[in-house]
Design a protein around this ligand. Structure first.
Ligand code: ZN
Length: 336
């Protein structure tokens, strides 16, 4: 996995603090020993909302960070006015090394990849069983993005009162993806929220889903309003119904049992950036079999060693079929 966000301060440890005006003309940067740690909750019109201790402050990226992006989920160091009072603006001077990076490209033709969320460990793919119909292609694409990023996927199926989950679950059974099936009634009475929360405990979970699947209802059931208020300004953002930016939004789960990161509804999940070898890494039963593959094997060609690997009984044929379906989803356009 590629890692970004390696901070530059380690090289500066032996630099003695310089008095103002006596600063050497080099790229040695101040260490910001007095900086406070925080977590980025959302980005709203270019301003970052950062949770510092028990309050949310507004911050901007310090110039010294250059073009480095700061995204939701980032652990950051902030300096300046940390009161969180109206019209105050703190500065983010450092982004800590990320444990994971969830990316997407706006479109498959678009070589520009965007980091969506940092430091998550799970991707919850919310899909309605009917109204709207499930879109297995989109689910596959989300799975590929999760495997690429090293996140564990979770299927959250809604509206089971309208259609059975059986067929969909059969499709994903070989992948061993954990799932929760919920009906609208179970969502209304809180029973579904309890079961979903069990899957989220002590983790940071990104929620994705296209519009109409009931993601917002689910998120509201999982994160009570008082928890949203606990993060201060975030409530102000969502409370106005103004959270229409393209940014994700991190919300704390009750009893500090992890984080839920809501994302705007997705219509597609561009996979231009995906490296097949990182996807195969999520298939430990198949990965060793690729050693016999030709160079730059697509794993769906005549000389691919995985067929023999499966024929020799090292892995289930359904696993190879699923892997190939996922890898192929990179090649196909959305909706094909
Ligand atoms: Zn191969």
């Amino acid at each position: 996995m590629r890692r970004y966000g390696k901070h530059t301060d380690e090289d500066d440890v032996r630099v003695r603090p310089n008095r103002r005006g006596n600063r050497p003309r080099s790229n040695i940067r101040p260490k910001h020993e007095d900086a406070t740690e925080g977590m980025v909750l959302t980005v709203d019109r270019g301003r970052l909302h950062v949770l510092v201790e028990d309050r949310t402050i507004i911050a901007m990226k310090a110039r010294e960070l250059g073009r480095k992006g700061v995204v939701v989920g980032d652990r950051v160091a902030v300096v300046g006015d940390l009161s969180g009072d109206k019209d105050t603006l703190a500065r983010i001077v450092r982004v800590e090394e990320r444990s994971s990076v969830l990316r997407r490209t706006a479109d498959d033709d678009d070589p520009y990849e965007r980091v969506v969320v940092a430091n998550a460990d799970q991707l919850a793919i919310v899909t309605a069983l009917a109204d709207p119909e499930p879109r297995p292609r989109l689910i596959d694409r989300c799975l590929v993005a999760a495997f690429d990023a090293g996140l564990e996927p979770l299927l959250v199926l809604t509206k089971s009162d309208l259609a059975s989950a059986k067929d969909l679950l059969e499709t994903y059974e070989p992948l061993g993806v954990p799932y929760v099936v919920t009906s609208r009634e179970q969502l209304a009475d809180g029973e579904a929220a309890d079961r979903v929360r069990e899957q989220l405990a002590d983790r940071t979970t990104v929620f994705v889903g296209h519009s109409g699947v009931g993601k917002t209802t689910l998120v509201n059931a999982l994160v009570p309003a008082d928890r949203k208020r606990a993060t201060g300004r975030v409530n102000a953002v969502t409370g106005r119904g103004r959270h229409t930016t393209t940014s994700a939004l991190a919300l704390p789960l009750p009893d500090d049992k992890g984080w839920l990161i809501d994302t705007p509804g997705v219509r597609s999940f561009g996979l231009h950036h995906v490296d097949p070898s990182r996807v195969i890494h999520a298939f430990p039963d198949l990965e060793p079999g690729t050693e016999g593959c030709p160079r730059a094997c697509s794993h769906d060609e005549r000389d691919c060693a995985l067929d023999q690997w499966v024929a020799d009984g090292h892995a289930e044929p359904a696993r190879l079929y699923s892997l190939r379906r996922l890898l192929a989803t990179r090649e196909r356009r959305e909706g094909d």
